[in-house]
Ligand binder design. Structure first.
Ligand SMILES: [Zn+2]
Length: 585
């Protein structure tokens, strides 16, 4: 038995999930509120005998390792280790194992970042150059306590300090280069620090471990902000600055404040408004939105009011609306960014402005009303045109209609016309989506679904039915065809039909389908029902063929090809007989 199986066997998913989610018994399953998306009615299911979880809302699912991996934001080996610790199993090191190798490499990188963070922090107080930087920070209103809390540091201008320090600490040149903190100059074959003469902001992943750094130029050097490159532990657009510390407050208050930069984030958090995160330079990505959605689906966007900030705000807003977020916008007065606003006007003023943040639609309408003269018909049309596309993006139709009415009131136009216009725009948007290949699960017939579940539950039945299903071509053209074939291959190799071990071999759609089938609830499948599903699939296949034949027959009639026609009609007769043997549905 592999170590993975050993740990899986010893762990109880109900208990481990129960540490994070309140679960209630519902039939064979346990249900709770999904920790990976915001919801009010439980759609997160745990199957105690299969030892799997699945959310019918957001589609996430897997075994106990996957759960720990997602909720703690760990790599697979780390999640394995975490679960092993929980159940008291000591893992053997398996040298040469590639995933272990990768985990070790990541482990080294975390250690290197930790060492670098301490070094940068010490530079800020321990060197003359660092003290000058410290004075600059003090001038920006950052107290010692804040500098310590955000673990700010300083990178010296000489370009060798960190390289020398890491090398003395025993890190190899390869490790240093892989971290991106040290760069190689090819021509002269020497290495030097990436960050020079910059204030250093450590960037942590959700677990709180430092994964990258941001550096702000102390003088007029360009770029003003420089970040770590991507490494095995850091992917741009997959980290939100300060989320590791803010997550608890965001969950508690059920909303997040989204700002642009490190300094904005620190300024807001240091006045005790803890539920703040920064997207940091990049415009907000879908991955960042997904990260945020685990804690709350309500957000106040507080970007810089300059024109670049405006554009970034509107791009972010479109993405957030599509993800079903409830969005407010805080545009601070006098063109101030959060950092300067807090410094000049103080904590109370910021809290007050925050509490008055208008909803996104009101914000947009206000702006449109400023840009256009809404006392004139052309102005109304232009203003409505500015706001409509955003309303059309809101996924919930009831909310969409309400927003349309509010916009109509504000512009004093006919609400019915405006709602029609929005439904037309929203319909177009949905049609666009429908053009894309449909999600397999939505095309899966009930017979397919039930058969999948029966095969997953009963291996003997799988061995009895799968070979014929594949060989006789019954599955051809089905939405889950590839999944059935994977089952067959797995059984051929003598593997268990186990949802979590199949995970690497099937597409994410099919993975989701597998979990849905297993957590379906309802009666347990049995052989008789499974056989009736097979018959239903055979009938569906025969009917598809009959349609094809019918088209070919019409073609042959047009061509007056008597020989071909006779052949086709005989084939059709045969099919009709087969169909009658399969019985009526
Ligand atoms: Zn969910």
């Amino acid at each position: 038995m592999s170590q993975i199986d050993e740990v899986r066997g010893a762990a109880d998913i109900v208990k481990i999930v129960g540490d994070y989610v309140k679960l209630r018994k519902a039939g064979v399953n346990l249900m709770g509120l999904c920790p990976f998306h915001q919801e009010k009615t439980p759609s997160f299911a745990v199957h105690p005998t299969k030892q799997i979880f699945h959310c019918f809302g957001c589609g996430v699912g897997g075994d106990v390792f996957k759960f720990v991996l997602l909720i703690e934001n760990l790599s697979f080996p780390e999640a394995l280790r975490r679960v092993a610790d929980k159940v008291g199993i000591t893992l053997r090191e398996a040298p040469g194992d590639e995933s272990d190798q990768a985990a070790r490499e990541r482990g080294q990188l975390y250690k290197l970042h930790e060492a670098a963070e301490k070094f940068y922090a010490a530079q800020l107080t321990g060197t003359a150059e660092g003290r000058a930087a410290r004075a600059y920070l003090a001038d920006r209103g950052l107290a010692d306590e804040v500098v310590a809390r955000f673990r700010l540091g300083y990178a010296a201008s000489n370009g060798q300090a960190l390289t020398r320090h890491l090398s003395e600490a025993g890190f190899t040149p390869e490790q240093m280069e892989r971290s991106g903190l040290v760069q190689r100059e090819a021509e002269r074959d020497r290495v030097f620090d990436r960050f020079r003469r910059r204030i250093i902001f450590p960037i942590s992943g959700e677990s709180g471990k430092v994964v990258a750094f941001g550096g702000r130029a102390l003088g007029d050097e360009q770029p003003k902000y420089l970040n770590s490159p991507e490494t095995p532990i850091y992917t741009k657009g997959r980290v939100l600055y300060h989320l590791d510390r803010a997550a608890a407050a965001i969950r508690k208050l059920d909303y997040a404040i989204l700002v642009e930069g490190y300094m904005d984030c620190i300024a807001v958090a240091s006045i005790g408004v803890e539920n703040v995160v920064a997207s940091c330079g990049t415009s907000l990505t879908e991955n960042q939105i997904r990260l945020l959605a685990r804690s709350s689906r309500r957000v106040v966007v507080n970007y810089d009011p300059d024109s670049a900030g405006q554009a970034a705000t509107e791009r972010s807003l479109a993405l957030l609306l599509e993800a079903g977020f409830e969005v407010k916008v805080l545009a601070l007065p006098a063109g101030l960014d959060p950092d300067s606003f807090v410094r000049r006007q103080g904590a109370e003023a910021y809290r007050k402005a925050l509490s008055l943040s208008p909803t996104y639609m009101d914000y947009l309408t206000d702006r449109a009303a400023v840009e256009h003269d809404i006392s004139k018909p052309e102005g109304k049309v232009a203003a409505a045109g500015r706001v409509l596309p955003y309303i059309a993006q809101v996924p919930n139709p009831v909310l969409r209609a309400e927003l349309a009415s509010r916009l109509a009131d504000r512009l004093r136009v006919d609400g019915r016309l405006l709602r029609q216009e929005i439904e037309r725009a929203a319909g177009e948007k949905r049609r666009e989506i429908r053009m894309e290949p449909q999600w397999a699960a939505t095309r899966v017939t009930p017979a397919e679904r039930e058969l999948l579940r029966a095969l997953l539950e009963d291996e003997k039945l799988a061995d009895e039915l799968l070979p014929a299903l594949v060989d006789e071509g019954v599955l051809e053209g089905l939405a889950a065809e590839a999944l059935f074939r994977q089952f067959r291959e797995a059984r051929r190799r003598g593997e268990k039909l186990d949802a979590s071990s199949l995970e690497d071999q099937v597409t994410s759609e099919h993975q989701r389908l597998t979990y849905e089938c297993l957590l379906d609830g309802g009666e347990a499948p049995d052989r008789v029902r499974a056989l009736s599903c097979v018959i239903a699939l055979k009938r569906a296949k025969a009917e598809r063929e009959r349609e094809k034949l019918q088209t070919a027959i019409r073609e042959a009639e047009r061509e007056r090809n008597q020989e071909k026609l006779g052949e086709l009609l005989r084939a059709k007769d045969k099919l009709v007989k087969e169909l009658s043997q399969l019985g009526r549905p």
